[in-house]
Design a protein around this ligand. Structure first.
Ligand SMILES: [Zn+2]
Length: 60
């Protein structure tokens, strides 16, 4: 799973792919990660390309 700290706002909001950063047209859920923001931790669901772009994440 990607580190939430390295993701951009749009990636955390589900607009952009959490892996490659492209704007999502067809998407699928990758799962949730814990994201700590201003001393608050919450679970955010990450979305990725469908079919999976797979850059370094084949079979993940
Ligand atoms: Zn992607």
């Amino acid at each position: 799973m990607p580190d939430a700290d390295t993701l951009t706002g749009p990636q955390l909001e589900g607009w952009d792919c959490a892996l490659c950063g492209r704007r999502l047209i067809a998407d699928q859920s990758l799962g949730t990660v814990a994201w700590t923001c201003v001393s608050r931790t919450r679970e955010v669901e990450l979305w990725v390309c469908r079919p999976l772009c797979g850059e370094g994440f084949e079979g993940a």
